[in-house]
Design a protein around this ligand. Sequence first.
Ligand code: APR
Length: 219
Amino acid sequence: MARENDCEIIWKAFEQAYVGRDPCDVPPQAYDPLINSVKQHVVCNTMMFWSKTKDTVKAFADNRECLVILEGTLLGFVFDELTWCSKNESKETFTTDCPSWSHCENNPVRSFWNRASVNFAATSCGNVSAMLNGSLEAPFSSTSVFGSVEVKNLDPSKVNSLTVLLVTKETDLTTCDNPSFHALQNILDTKIAYKCRKVPYSKVEGCISDPEIPCSDCL
Ligand code: APR
């Protein structure tokens, strides 16, 4: 039987992106071969984006087939929380002393997430959602990966709607009327319907502790 994903090929495609390169000179396109080396079956209506809600979203999506986050896909899962880089003319991979996220734009880790996020958004279809943090004064940031990469790469011929799920604690004052969502609507293609809904954090917490509760009862 032919294997769908070949780890040797995927690993070589990963290494060619950054090995031997200056760690501030690895653009997102360097990961094109890596992205193309992976075949991933996408299920419409399951994709969830997020911003500033990483721990909550990861715990929530864990063991729930009704939800797919980038960190639950093959590449997202493998490289989540990792740091890597090389050096000019080196054959080595280092996992320490690599540039931080904002030290320079074209660093191996940031470029990987930007490229993987383009792919995740561009392959999304149907009704998609984004879990944003209702404890923040401005839950949407146009400079975040979600705001600067993913929203812009949703394909209006495949995506019907984007629903913001604003995870809110009892004392939080932020609502769906938050001005930051105007910026989101301005970036979003007009052919994609925009929706926003508050989701109580207590409800999400309950669903995290019991993965048997269906998505429809959680969000
Ligand atoms: N400094 C350091 N780390 C950062 C920074 C930054 N300025 N920006 C992003 N990161 C890294 C961190 O590891 C952080 O946990 O990216 C992660 C997500 O950052 P957020 O600002 O919370 O969210 P966002 O930038 O919108 O990215 C999340 O991209 O990973 C994809 O599909 C995923 O929808 C999700 C989105």
